[in-house]
Design a protein around this ligand. Structure first.
Ligand code: ASP
Ligand code: MG
Length: 425
């Protein structure tokens, strides 16, 4: 039986300065004394990736993606080599490795490549020789041997993939926040750190804009049942948030988190003729322009006409308005209007699967505060409402109270799952 292995990933702020790198090295020295095997994955030092991108864009309007990958991958190389040096000077045998050296093969989609496989032989050999391995995150190599990167925030995904390939006990993500919260504390001062979040909940939260983890990393962890622990590298001894599979035997809180996305806009078409093909006419040109539409509402038609509204990201509004106005003319809709002062408020909770009445409670709470709901959409574990943006803070706090999210649930799911050993993505 091989030794216990833990993969730890340190984000950009955690390795943002030489002092921070020294702090991380000190933490690793301590952890190593417990006798476990350690693989570290690092991001580029904070701001480095943006700085490199800016340099590329100042030389070329449309920089080739292959060259961007060559360039950006250097950020993670720097932090991995520096951390390896800091460890060596503390007497720890450490070895930095690039994506290629750690055997991380990807497809050829430069700047957002997908991991195909990891051949972790060399890493395993070095672990057996008692090395701490410090991997440059965010990067791999395609079949031609060219460097690829995994998309912004991709070091999270490198870490999970390596944890799976090496059969780690868990993958720890160190960042500048101490875990996943019931709500953004800037919006809801009562927000509380969650001890446990299920993969499904975390996926919903990440797709609703929670920045703490790359979505792909959560999908990967879910697929291979790799427990993820999100923690602060700035605080000693805090517990963080464990992201793992729901345990059906344990009591689940009905609601885990509230997300508020203010980066939303709504377009309404008035008096659209109610005929087959109209929706296709409206949404096809938007799709062709790579504009993704979120919620869609079509009213019941009156005298052969109906109103249709949809939401999208605010930055796409101008372009979408140009397209929609053209379509409106073609299909004889009478008016097109835009509203950029909206927000999407979402409540996420795996407990919704087994509890009814969550949506009703949300509507009752909003109505008690005189907050109008403009649109509603639901999934198995989520209810989203579009409201006027000026009501976001009031609505988020009212719902946080109504579902008593500031207090810990009586029973918690803290069971950790064992991991499967799989070597491909
Ligand atoms: N350095 C890359 C970025 O800023 C990858 C990462 O940090 O995970 O997106
Ligand atoms: Mg990150």
């Amino acid at each position: 039986m091989s030794k216990t292995l833990i993969v730890q990933k340190y984000g950009g702020t955690s390795v943002g300065t030489l002092e921070r790198i020294e702090c991380v090295a000190d933490r690793i020295v301590k952890l190593r004394k417990t006798g476990i095997d350690i693989v570290i994955v690092v991001s580029a030092m904070a701001g480095e990736t943006d700085k490199l991108l800016k340099m590329a864009r100042s030389l070329s309007k449309n920089p080739a993606r292959r060259e961007i990958d060559m360039l950006l991958s250097s950020g993670e190389r720097i932090s991995s080599a520096l951390l390896a040096l800091a460890l060596q000077s503390r007497g720890v045998p450490a070895l930095s490795m690039t994506g290629r050296q750690v055997g991380l093969q990807t497809d050829s989609t430069h700047t957002r490549a997908r991991i195909m496989s990891i051949d972790a032989q060399r890493a395993r050999k070095m672990l057996n020789e008692n090395y701490v391995i410090v991997v440059a995150g965010f990067q791999g190599v395609n079949a031609e041997g060219d460097v690829t990167t995994l998309g912004r925030g991709g070091s999270d995904t490198s870490a999970v993939a390596l944890a799976v390939a090496l059969g780690a006990r868990q993958c720890e993500i160190y960042t500048d926040v101490d875990g996943v919260y019931t709500a953004d504390p800037r919006l809801v001062p009562q927000a509380r750190r969650l001890d446990v979040v299920s993969y499904d909940e975390m996926l919903e939260m990440a797709s609703l804009g929670a920045k703490v983890l790359q979505i792909r990393c959560v999908e990967f962890a879910h697929k291979y049942q790799m427990p993820l622990l999100v923690k602060s590298s700035f605080k000693e001894g805090d517990e963080g948030t464990l992201i793992c599979e729901e345990d059906p035997k344990m009591e689940q809180p009905v609601v885990s988190g509230i997300m508020c996305d203010k980066n939303q806009a709504k377009i309404t078409l008035k008096e659209v003729p109610d005929q087959p093909g109209i929706a296709a006419n409206i949404f096809e040109p938007l799709a062709a322009a790579s504009i993704s539409v979120d919620m869609i509402i079509q009213n019941i038609s009156e005298q052969g006409h109906t109103d249709l509204s949809f939401t999208l990201a605010r930055e796409d509004l101008d372009e979408a308005m140009v397209i929609t106005k053209k379509v409106a003319k073609k299909i004889h809709a009478t008016k097109v209007s835009a509203d950029a002062k909206i927000a999407k408020l979402s409540i996420v909770g795996a407990g919704m699967r087994s509890h009814s009445g969550v949506a009703a409670q949300i509507f009752k709470t909003l109505s008690a505060h005189n907050i109008n709901i403009l649109m509603i959409s639901t999934s198995e574990i989520k209810v989203s409402c579009i409201i006027e943006q000026k009501n976001s803070k009031l609505a988020a706090n009212a719902l946080h109270d109504a579902f008593d999210m500031a207090s810990k649930p009586a029973k918690k799911n803290t069971k950790k799952k064992t991991t499967k050993k799989v070597s491909t993505a």
